[in-house]
Ligand binder design. Sequence first.
Ligand code: ADP
Ligand code: MG
Length: 345
Amino acid sequence: MKNKLGILGGGQLGMFICQAAKKHNIKTTIFSNSQKFSARGFCDNFLIGSFSDTILVEKFINSSDFFTIETENIPLQVLKLIEQKKKIFPSSNIVEIAQNRLKEKKFLNSISGIKTAKYKEINSFNDLENFYKLFGKTGILKSCEMGYDGKGQHHVSSKNIQKFKNYKFHGYILEEVLDFKKEISVLVCCSNKNTIFYPPVENIHKNSILRQTIHPARISDEIKNKALMLATKIASKLKLQGILAIEMFLMKNDELLINELAPRPHNSGHWSLDFCKYNQFESLIFSIFKKKLMNPEPINKCKMINVIGKDYEKKKIFSRKYKFYDYYKDEIKELRKMGHYTVKS
Ligand code: ADP
Ligand code: MG
């Protein structure tokens, strides 16, 4: 029986994947770049080292039947190497798109009926000066790769543009600043048998980092259906096998623009751990091990609140009052996600 899962990355998402795997008798092996990682106490085996260590990667490939990722920031050649012998959920083609904002934007805008914010590729200060004028002398400069939780992003305006004069512009885009009504996200999971969705949720960010998710999103049925329709289009174009989170901006005219794709479980789906019959991590396990996907069956309206940076010092209070999840990070860092809790509403 195939029951061994290799997971690239050992952060909190990896930790929750291990917990779901254990529930369904799946044995997990984590590949981690660091000694201390959230999933360490929850996986069956682990390998610690660099993705450039080909012997270690080979050992990892031999450890498991199937593979998945907990972050899209994995070198593409490692995923391709795994795919020569085994299957990854989702496939390397999908990760390749989602790990690069320029490829992602081009892909999304190539689908009829799908739109993103206006953007321009930036390769020099000259590009930045020219293009930010097109967006009303303001814009968000984003590194195409390796960004998360707002890292690698800068608001550019006439006040600070000179600061970027000597910047190395290899691999950047500039996006127009959107004046959206709200941010929502949808999780879609596909197996070779069926497809399921977690209902759209509403996401509240502060300084580009997710603070709170509200289930369900406070939107009309019409917008909800549109969000699900867009998610279906994207998943089918990608030939998705596995789970995918789609972040969207709801504009003032009720148009939905796609922000970004995350082909893995997502922070905005953590409410499903407590408020769904089947959570996002279990759905991923079902999709990998070729089981029929179960409808998530949300139980209640709820909120998920992230515990960020120094707020973690209040974890005893959170644990007493709420269902608190500790991410067992090695140290507190400013703007680092340290845990979360959920509340019925
Ligand atoms: P990350 O990979 O860091 O999550 P995002 O592109 O999702 O990167 O940006 C993080 C947050 O920054 C978004 O959720 C949103 O709140 C804000 N943001 C990103 N792009 C735009 C934009 N074009 N206009 C307005 N706000 C934006
Ligand atoms: Mg995002």
